[in-house]
Design a protein. Structure first.
Length: 364
């Protein structure tokens, strides 16, 4: 759960309809497509790569092991995690000019969430099993010292669940809760959030997963009272109903992979389209994207399992306005493009970029 990759190869194939940028909130030329790619140094990545109109550029210096990030902070600030033993979160303005760094108070931060209206930020520290909470400067977006909350709990998979491992954080749509998915504790922790006072209360167990499944990431349905959790230690998807007290009720449980798929596989990223009709999960090991159709009540049905044409799909970026999904294959160091077709099904385009150690993508 730590570190970064290599360097983007200049000879990578250009990809129509892609792009990276010179910095958050930077002016974009008409029609120009801009993205950023975070990488792991341990796998050859040399920092944060801009991709402009399908061509990777020189990495931004000093931004290493950027495993996740979020934009849209005060003053156009973009926040990037530095996933190392001494975890950090960095704030960046246009041109990737630094606006300061802050400790995350834990090891290997891997996910971050922003409540824009209150200018509050939360970070999940994986290895230390904790959550860091920040009140941002409302004008500049700079970070102060965090308030750190320590999770408790363990699971039966001793090599992965000897203690808590926070892997995902997110504010609820009603802005009353912050939830943290913890792989080590087999749980979702619920924090009462007060956006006016900009405070978090101590967490309670919001959902207890079956022992050993290792919940990793959660996504909420855009219109229904449903949430979905992809599990890493067992290839399972849980359908949950949010409750008024910040807890969740299990509604359904589903396989992430077709029965014929054998061997170890570990879910990574989960996302849902804006219409709430299709759910996607990436599977490392099986090296595939699982596509689920969602019915009018939000119940998922597996309709497709598509190879990612790369190794270890850590992350994918849905780009519905362009009708495509970009998949970041960490170990093969490739970003592959897939077309989003009828009913959300995917098809390969043959377009690919080489970005060593790629683990995160974002449009800017």
């Amino acid at each position: 759960m730590t570190s970064t990759r290599r360097d983007v190869m200049a000879g990578a194939m250009a990809m129509t309809g892609w792009g990276l940028a010179t910095g958050p909130a930077s002016a974009q030329a008409a029609g120009q497509d801009r993205l950023i790619a975070g990488t792991y140094a341990r796998e050859g990545g040399r920092g944060l790569y801009p991709i402009v109109d399908g061509r990777p550029g020189a990495p931004a210096t000093g931004i290493e092991d950027a495993s996740y990030g979020v934009g849209g902070g005060p003053g156009g600030t973009f926040y990037l995690l530095r996933e190392r033993t001494q975890g950090q979160v960095g704030a960046y303005g246009p041109g990737w000019h630094g606006r300061g760094h802050a400790s995350t108070g834990g090891a290997d931060p891997c996910h971050v969430a922003l409540d824009r209206a209150s200018a509050c930020l939360a970070v999940a520290n994986y290895s230390s099993g904790s959550v860091a909470f920040y009140r941002l400067d409302r004008r500049t977006g700079t970070l102060g010292a965090p308030q750190v909350f320590q999770h408790r709990g363990s699971g039966p998979v001793s090599e992965r669940q000897a203690g808590p491992h926070a892997h995902w954080v997110g504010f609820s749509p009603d802005r009353r809760w912050l939830h943290a998915v913890d792989l080590g504790a087999d749980a979702i922790f619920a924090y009462r959030f007060d956006p006016a006072a900009r405070t978090l209360a101590e967490p309670v167990i919001g959902w207890q997963a079956p022992a050993g499944v290792g919940p990793r990431h959660m996504v909420r349905h855009p219109t229904l009272r449903r949430a979905y959790v992809a599990c890493e230690l067992q290839p399972r998807l849980f359908e949950l109903e949010p409750q008024a007290d910040g807890r969740f009720r299990t509604v359904g449980e589903h396989r992430l992979l077709p029965p014929e798929v054998k061997g170890a596989s570990y879910a990574a990223h989960i996302a849902i389209d804006r219409a709430g009709r299709t759910l996607y999960v990436s599977n490392r090991g099986a090296n595939s994207i699982s596509v689920f159709a969602l019915d009018t009540k939000g119940a998922p049905s597996l309709v497709q399992s598509l190879p990612t044409d790369g190794d270890w799909p850590r992350f994918f970026l849905l780009r519905e306005e362009r009708g495509e999904m970009l998949v970041a294959n960490e170990r093969s160091g490739t970003v592959n493009a897939f077309r989003i077709g009828q009913a959300g099904r995917l098809s390969a385009t043959g377009r690919s970029l080489t970005i060593p150690g790629v683990v995160f993508l974002a449009g800017i």
